[in-house]
Design a protein around this ligand. Structure first.
Ligand code: 5RP
Length: 230
């Protein structure tokens, strides 16, 4: 189990712990990615080892590896139609539970799992709550072959794209072998229009705007966690 080493980590752990109230015996659970979702997988693993029967669908190779280490049986969309609940983190949470995700690079799998979930529960600390999306750079995942034209299109949209690099200075490569442009569009006043415009760029695989997908956010605050519904 991860050591809870700071107030921020304690908040993430508190949100993760509370989010498990949405998990029941027999459910298929979408397993998110990132530092908050990691606590969810660890706490869920502890319950599985205590007898809870669930199956997980991970949103990244890292989450799959952690889930296996925790003893959580895994399944996939070739065997089940949807998850009963998916619990995942977010980089920004705006009014109505519109989200920016993908800071950890798992946005494509995260959106696939979120889109096939009966319920998407977001776990976060209060710092992720915003009045308007756009302070956090918006990740846009593109096929490497299309990187140059995609970059030009994003520049033309005022997205100020920055190719995400790994610690060695090479392009960061996603689980699906793609690259990510982190974009600074500034405050996003019309997320739906931006989402549509990004999706229409040939070579863009996915973007980090998650709109109309989350139904509950479990937001940690000092001394516990509160629920926000869409
Ligand atoms: C990964 C994600 C994460 O959910 C998001 O980056 C939040 O992560 P953390 O809980 O570590 O702040 O979208 O692609």
């Amino acid at each position: 189990m991860s050591a809870v080493s700071s107030p921020e980590e304690a908040e993430k752990a508190a949100a993760a712990q509370r989010s498990l109230e949405f998990v029941r015996d027999g459910m298929v659970v979408g397993l998110g990615s990132g530092t908050t979702a990691k606590y969810v997988i660890e706490f869920l693993g502890a319950r599985v080892r205590a007898g809870l029967r669930v199956q997980g669908i991970p949103t990244s190779k890292a989450s799959a590896e952690l889930a296996r280490a925790q003893g959580i049986p895994l399944t996939g969309f070739d065997r089940v139609e949807a998850t009963d609940v998916t619990i995942d983190g977010a980089d920004e949470i705006g009014p109505g539970l519109v989200l920016i995700k993908g800071g950890g690079g798992a946005l494509l799998h995260e959106k696939i799992v979120a889109s096939s979930s009966r319920k998407l529960v977001i776990v976060a600390d209060e710092r992720k709550l915003v009045e308007r999306l756009g302070k956090f750079p918006l990740p846009v995942e593109a096929i490497p072959f299309a990187a140059a034209p995609v970059r030009r299109k994003l520049e033309g949209m005022g997205g100020n794209p920055r190719l995400r690099l790994d610690p060695g200075g090479e392009p960061y490569v996603t689980d699906e072998g793609n690259w990510i442009f982190d974009c600074g569009f500034g405050p996003i006043s019309d997320p739906a229009s931006l989402a549509q415009a990004l999706k229409s760029i040939t070579g863009v695989v996915e973007h980090g705007l998650f709109l109309g997908l989350a139904s509950v956010a479990v937001v940690a605050q000092t001394g516990g966690a509160r629920l926000i519904t869409a």
